[in-house]
Design a binder for this molecule. Structure first.
Ligand code: PMP
Length: 386
């Protein structure tokens, strides 16, 4: 009997799905998977509902509704000062995940090299490999997640087609500085490489920090594919509406991949996201401020229980070192243990490394109602008798 594709078959079910199923089975508070437990902004949802009821339910244009593409171009101008031609440089996708996949399939030639930074989001490597590229992995290590510049420079070669960069970065909550981005830009220019920038957490940056988009740096405008996600920006992760900004030479082959993967994205949701991107600054400010308060609420509680809580500069996630709690085992065992025994789910950070990680860090998502965070802390406190 023949078998399915060897690369894809070699991967198990993603850790998020595994932990969420386990959490559901035992009635755990799920701080594993990064989805908010609210229902998103009412006004954005109302726009989608209106278009769903009143007839925007057939195939929209392949590149996305002009209204949303214009809104994405305006958003680029408003937040990053970028001048973008919506008709030639913006495409709507079914989530950030499809944007990433389309960008990789659209740009990679078999045999190309792709530089990736661990810990990494789980969809990157299978798609890089399935597209026929050779991954060059560079590791960031806890607790400070410093960019290892010499290792990064060594990972680049003249075969490098692109670097896949995630900032703000899941799971380690690192926000790349302008200085780090300049270092990456210089390597890209030296080796004639592109960048696919996963910026789905662009509006979730804390402590007055600011997300800097690589595409805004000198020499980068025609080399960078910038990816955003309405799922994160409007706390509507089930919608799977993403958008991609890139120079026409890059966008054209990526659009071919999109044409054959999903072709379109629900038009009613696109209308609502177009409306949402036009919301005033107060919306974007409060998104970050509300999540920052949740970070502090969960982080403080975890620290009181005895976890060592690492700094978190952005995203939905907080990383903790659980060694002070005296657990004897690795991070996968720890996360299973607290899910089944304390009834609070987290995910092991080593799952974000190809060859396994350090092994004693657990990631908790704090994009949850305060009541869920408090319940999780109460359960952990009981479990660890603090
Ligand atoms: N990239 C990163 C780093 C993410 O954390 C996620 C969602 N967890 C995505 C991409 C996927 O975004 P979307 O849901 O829009 O496909």
């Amino acid at each position: 009997m023949k078998t399915g594709n060897a690369i894809l078959s070699s991967y198990g079910t993603t850790i998020f799905e595994v932990m969420s199923r386990l959490a559901q089975g035992v009635g755990a508070v799920n701080l594993g998977q990064g989805f908010p437990d609210g229902n998103g902004p009412d006004d954005v949802v109302a726009v989608a509902a209106d278009y769903l009821r009143n007839g925007l339910n057939q195939y929209p244009s392949m590149m996305g509704l002009p209204e949303l593409r214009q809104a994405v171009a305006q958003h680029n101008k408003r937040f990053y000062g970028l001048d973008v031609d919506w008709a030639r440089e913006v495409m709507v996708t079914s989530g950030g995940t499809e944007a990433i996949t389309g960008a990789l399939f659209g740009l990679i030639e078999p045999g190309d090299e792709v530089v990736l930074i661990e810990p990494l989001y789980d969809s990157y490597l299978p798609i890089v490999r399935r597209a026929g590229a050779v991954p060059r992995l560079v590791r960031l290590e806890p607790p400070d997640w410093t960019l290892p510049r010499a290792a990064l420079a060594a990972a680049f070669s003249d075969k490098t087609k692109l670097i896949l960069l995630n900032s703000p970065m899941n799971p380690c909550a690192k926000v790349f500085t302008t200085d780090e981005l300049e270092f990456i830009a210089a390597l890209m220019l030296r080796h004639d490489a592109f960048a696919v920038c996963d910026e789905v957490y662009e509006h979730i940056v804390f402590d007055g920090g600011r997300h800097v988009s690589l595409i805004t740096l000198p020499g980068m405008r025609d080399r960078v594919v910038r990816i955003g996600s309405a799922g994160k920006t409007f706390s509507l992760t089930g919608w799977k509406v993403g958008y991609l900004t890139a120079a026409p030479e890059l966008l054209t082959p990526i659009a071919k991949a999109h044409q054959f993967i999903t072709f379109t994205t629900p038009p009613n949701l696109q209308k609502a996201v177009a409306y949402g991107l036009g919301k005033d600054d107060a919306y974007f400010d409060s998104l970050a401020r509300d999540l920052e308060a949740k970070r502090d609420r969960l982080g403080r509680g975890l620290a009181e229980i005895g976890f060592e809580v690492l700094p978190c500069h952005g995203t939905y996630f907080i990383t903790t070192d659980f060694r002070p709690l005296g657990f004897n085992g690795d991070d996968a065992a720890f996360c299973k243990w607290i899910t089944t025994e304390a009834k609070v789910a987290a995910v092991p950070v080593s799952a974000f490394y190809d060859g396994g990680g350090v092994g004693y860090y657990a990631r908790f998502a704090f994009c949850k109602e305060n009541a869920s965070l408090d319940e999780a802390l109460a359960r952990l406190r009981r479990h660890f008798r603090k």
